[in-house]
Design a binder for this molecule. Structure first.
Ligand SMILES: C[S@@+](CC[C@H](N)C(=O)[O-])C[C@H]1O[C@@H](n2cnc3c(N)ncnc32)[C@H](O)[C@@H]1O
Length: 298
């Protein structure tokens, strides 16, 4: 089966076009060879990924499917490896309970964001997505705390002095982030935007890859989507392996990673993101109309 899986590579990234359970089972990726996995599967919320509808007959059926690929992913991890797993808020308890008997869940991260639109009228709209950070060996894993420090906001105007020190000194102005992360979602006008319904921000992946891998390490993404993981891994000097089953999204990967400019004889063109800017009266001015007008007001 290996020879039948379309794959492409550059110096540091390999991308596979196909179904991830098949590919993970096929052993083309050796067991215990991966340092970091970022898994962002369909969430079972009815989203459309091309012709594939993200919908399972029940919560349990979805969880069972997740256990299949999660178990294959865990086999790919090195003993020192880490895995970050995303899913919907409602499905995460199934994965958390399953994972905590097979590896160590070190952090339950909340990625929260703003939305200009209405989320819900009769309950509190969903403004976050959960991420589990798990390791194989809690005594031996990569965590580059110094590489992900953020500004420590004290709220004070003047620098606070730590008088507990033998010689009083200003408090450190940076800190390691906690488990509630704010990163804006990818908007149409952002340079990183790709034509994908659930593209994750590069800033989110930068934090994960910097913290949990070193230059030269191997990062695996079984649900590549717009290939954010491999694009960020490439920019940070990591190697990557990504899998995506959708033809159009796979073409995004070929372009975003500078691997090819055609696929099966089809030219791969870059995204045309021309848009109309509204003036203060809400009147359109400027150039060409966009294909995604609903995103103008973000
Ligand atoms: C939530 S999106 C991933 C988004 C990605 N993290 C990004 O930043 O663009 C999930 C992706 O998994 C793909 N997918 C769904 N089921 C798959 C499967 N069984 N094997 C491989 N890819 C799959 C979908 O086509 C979709 O692009």
């Amino acid at each position: 089966m290996n020879s039948s899986i379309p794959s492409f590579s550059n110096d540091c990234a390999t991308i596979y076009h196909g179904e991830c359970v098949d590919i993970l089972r096929s052993r083309i990726i050796p067991d215990h060879s991966v340092d970091l996995i970022f898994a962002d599967p369909p969430y079972n919320i009815g989203k459309q990924f091309g012709s594939f509808k993200d919908e399972w007959p029940s919560d349990v059926a979805y969880a069972e499917w997740c256990y299949t690929w999660l178990s294959l992913c865990l086999n790919k991890l090195k003993p020192t490896g880490s895995i970050y797993v995303m899913t919907s808020t409602q499905a995460m308890p199934y994965l958390d309970i399953w994972l905590r008997t097979r590896c160590t869940v070190l952090s339950r991260i909340v990625w929260h964001y703003d939305s200009s639109g209405m989320q819900a009228r009769k309950y509190y709209g969903s403004m976050y997505e959960p991420i589990l950070f798990c390791v194989n060996d809690p005594k031996n894993y990569t965590f580059n705390a110094d590489d992900i420090e953020v500004e420590a906001r004290t709220g004070a105007v003047r620098k606070l002095i730590d008088y507990r020190k033998p010689v009083p000194a200003p408090y450190k102005t940076t800190k390691i982030p906690g488990n509630a992360w704010y990163f804006p979602r990818v908007r149409y006008r952002m340079p990183e935007y790709e034509n994908h319904p659930s593209q994750k921000p590069e800033s989110l992946l930068k934090r994960i890859i910097r913290a949990s891998s070193n230059p030269g390490d191997v990062v695996l993404d079984p649900f590549a989507g717009a290939f954010t993981t491999s694009a960020v891994a490439q920019s940070l000097g990591r190697r990557s392996i990504s899998i995506e089953q959708n033809h159009d999204y796979f073409k995004i990967g070929l372009r975003r990673l500078n691997i090819a400019d055609e696929y099966n004889g089809e030219a791969i063109t870059s995204l045309d993101k021309s848009y109309v800017r509204k003036n203060s009266n809400g009147v359109h001015g400027g150039a060409v109309a966009s294909t995604q007008p609903e995103l103008f007001n973000d």
